[in-house]
Design a protein around this ligand. Structure first.
Ligand SMILES: Nc1ncnc2c1ncn2[C@@H]1O[C@H](COP(=O)(O)OP(=O)(O)O)[C@@H](O)[C@H]1O
Ligand SMILES: [Mg+2]
Length: 239
């Protein structure tokens, strides 16, 4: 049987695509996990910005920082999202949902308002962990919550989105996301860290990625004037 060609969506992170056979699997849900300050928000914005440069549309839903703060922060890299927002190609919206269903309804309406035809586009949720944290699920209701979160992530695929879902790992905790099960229900997991060596080093590791040949190495990265950059690549090829 002929091998099926997997369609890919570029990550926008120089050096990352060649580690994952060209990019994220189209229509997949990808978890970007890390402690606070490990560049998760930057990763999400760089992915979105890359899509906008290619003429794709994108939606960023934030439950953490305000949309205004994110846009101001990203201007330091020259990523002016406001011009794309004005053109109706992009949305950065903040929401404080009461539960998973409310969040799902919000995402659906924002995505469809931006793009009723649902052509290929990118979506970032920042973050899933904080959302779940405020919902005070009792331990006996964790199964119900898991089913709901699974439903939410699955529905992103029906919207024809390639999604990044950000998860905050509290320091000292073993599981990836705060719920402890996000990693099982997504198509890929990328782990961001700051290693506490003499000169602290930022690293990225592809922990899992379905339908993709990848290694398990820890890849150092830097934050340059143009965002995240996997250090292994020669800098002049990019700058
Ligand atoms: N313009 C910039 N230049 C260099 N480093 C930056 C810049 N903006 C943010 N950073 C670094 O990135 C870190 C935060 O990135 P962020 O994506 O907000 O992390 P997270 O979402 O994981 O908490 C900051 O603490 C800082 O070290
Ligand atoms: Mg963040």
């Amino acid at each position: 049987m002929e091998k099926e060609k997997v369609e890919r969506v570029n990550s926008g992170i120089p050096g990352l695509d060649e580690l994952i056979e060209g990019g994220f699997v189209k229509n997949s849900v990808n978890l970007i996990a890390g402690a606070s300050g490990t560049c998760k928000t930057m990763f999400g914005c760089q992915f979105l910005w890359n899509g906008l440069q290619k003429g794709e549309k994108g939606v960023y839903v934030t439950l953490e920082q305000s949309a205004e703060d994110i846009m101001k922060d990203m201007l330091t890299f020259g990523w002016d999202f406001s011009s794309y927002i004005k053109k109706g190609r992009c949305k950065i919206c903040e929401v404080t949902p009461g539960d998973v269903d409310e969040l799902k309804t919000f995402i659906f309406s924002e995505v469809k308002r931006l793009d009723a035809e649902l052509v290929i586009h990118r979506f970032v949720l920042d973050s899933l962990s904080l959302a779940a944290m405020g919902w005070k699920e009792k331990p006996e209701e964790i199964f119900k919550l898991r089913t709901k979160v699974f439903g939410l992530l699955k529905s992103l695929k029906t919207l024809n989105l390639t999604s990044l879902v950000i998860a905050e790992i509290p320091s000292g905790e073993q599981s990836l996301g705060r719920l402890g099960f996000e990693e099982f229900i997504v198509d890929s997991v990328i782990l961001l860290k700051v290693l506490p060596v003499d000169i602290p080093m930022r690293t990225l590791q592809i922990v899992k990625m379905r339908r993709t040949k990848h290694n398990m190495q820890v890849h150092p990265f830097e934050v340059t004037s143009k965002g995240i950059f996997i250090t292994k690549m020669k800098k002049k090829e990019y700058l």
